[in-house]
Design a protein around this ligand. Structure first.
Ligand SMILES: O=C(O)CCC(=O)C(=O)O
Length: 248
């Protein structure tokens, strides 16, 4: 994970074909997400190649032995450890990742939505491995935290830009969220835990607002993560996702 405050705003050309910042910000304000800030193929290939050769670390055992993507078989590292998710350290060492983080259109969306520059930017790149872990095992491995509906508390992790680097669908870890749930949370949801059961989130916000974001490699979405959202466990194919967190 990278944390950096200085914004390298010296890039003038954007990677994105979708450039209507006003419309994107309006959509995030209304729905909590804009889907379709997609990366060009050459950037996706560069990031994908980087992520297949870098050492990986599990989030529950960050000081443990690193391993490579090709060593993992159905969520098992070569030394037998279970690894539902593994991350790459300092992903902005990859120039294509840095170009995404610094992209002027992305920065303009974030600045307009927040009303100021973000105080901190964190870049995270994780592989989620297709596997058959039970819910209990995922809980033990701290994967369940993101598989249950949760929202990020105001002032922290406020806007995420997420990009699928591999084709992602319901069998490969598609992201699920409840549109419009960034607003109008009832008091019991605000003062209770930031996580909630699927049934209560559906009852509160309506199942018609629940979306699963599936898309080809390169699909990008920008989200106000004070909405209810969750990961799904990949069953058939591994997922690689780049997430840039702009912290209020
Ligand atoms: O990986 C995902 O799809 C969701 C991650 C998430 O919910 C989080 O980081 O808070």
């Amino acid at each position: 994970m990278d944390r950096h405050i200085p914004l390298q705003q010296n890039r003038t050309s954007t990677l994105f074909t979708h450039r209507d910042v006003g419309q994107i910000v309006k959509t995030i304000s209304e729905d909590a997400v804009f889907i379709g800030l997609n990366l060009p193929a050459h950037i996706v290939s560069e990031i994908d190649a980087f992520a297949r050769t870098e050492p990986l670390y599990t989030n529950f055992d960050p000081d443990g032995l690193p391993f490579r993507y090709s060593d993992v078989i159905r969520g098992k590292a070569p030394d037998g450890r279970s690894v539902p998710i593994a991350g790459i350290r300092d992903p902005t060492r990859c120039p294509a990742v840095q170009a995404v983080v610094d992209d002027p259109v992305l920065r303009s969306i974030v600045r307009t939505y927040l009303g100021h520059e973000p105080r901190e930017v964190m870049t995270i790149m994780n592989w989620s491995f297709a596997s058959d872990f039970s819910e209990d095992e995922r809980r033990r491995l701290r994967h369940q935290n993101v598989l249950d509906y949760h929202y990020d508390v105001g002032g922290y992790n406020f806007v995420y830009a997420s990009f699928y680097i591999t084709d992602t669908d319901r069998n490969s870890g598609a992201h699920v969220m409840m549109k419009r749930s960034h607003k109008h949370k009832p008091l019991r949801m605000l003062f209770g835990s930031a996580s909630a059961g699927e049934a209560s989130v559906r009852k509160q916000f309506g199942i018609e607002n629940e979306i699963m974001i599936e898309g080809k490699a390169g699909t990008g979405f920008v989200q106000d993560t004070s909405c209810y959202h969750r990961a799904t466990p990949p069953s058939h194919r591994d997922r690689l996702m780049l997430a840039v967190r702009f912290i209020n």
